[in-house]
Design a protein around this ligand. Sequence first.
Ligand code: GUN
Length: 289
Amino acid sequence: MTAAVTAAVIDGKAVAAELLREVQARAAVCTARGATPGLAVVLVGDDPASQVYVRSKERRAAEVGVQTRDHRLPASTDTQTLLALVADLNADPGIDGILVQLPLPRQVDSTAVLRAIDPAKDVDGFHPDNLGLLMLGTPRFVACTPQGCMRLLAAAKVELAGKHALVVGRSTIVGKPMAQLLMHADATVTISHSRTVDLAAEVARAEVLVAAIGRPEHIQGSWIRPGAVVIDVGMNRLEGGRLVGDVAYAAAAERASAITPVPGGVGPMTIACLLSNVVDAAERRAGSR
Ligand code: GUN
């Protein structure tokens, strides 16, 4: 019997810290040129998970020299009020990036709000212009979580050309842009979703697996192709409070060649990529990009 081979752990905290150091240096150059990077954060209602995300975004921003402006609105806020706020932020020369935290309350037309954001300030990359530019292979702002996944794959020196990549999940925030990025990196890409008939069979073929379905440990370790690289976007809070990914980590790590942990994998990358996008926008304003 051979001992189980344990995967290399892709350290998202370390890769994010390195990116944040770069972002901090670039932010300082913008500030010296009179264009301190500015991010407006719009949070509607009191969803506890959103509050945690927003707080950590603001803390990291302060650490790297990105100014944030907080707009907290009650859960009863309507679409018109949000559209008026977005119009003000679009016109504000001190604001480089606008982040409207999702999900928005049910009565708000989220699509209308996201489309109202000036595409040049759309640091989340959710505007149709930015999604279209990504599809064409000439991206401006790339959504932060898939961008973070690509940076992790690069840091782990994963060769993507010609590889079978599977993206599990077809959301606009992660799955769809992720598939585009992998395709532009010359992978052969499959997207699976809730109506996929045999997910285990799809996973078994994947040399690179990106899991973004939001179901705790849904992807079993025994499904993983031996030697595969596993990127787990899931952040699922179990009843006891433990945070787990979309992949059953321990069993998957016995088959994969490299894997991201949860927490400490994709999570830290998302905020670092957001701040990188804000500094990209500020550099355009400062005329250095
Ligand atoms: N909610 C969950 N993820 C995200 C994200 O990347 N951006 C925004 N704006 N809201 C989110």
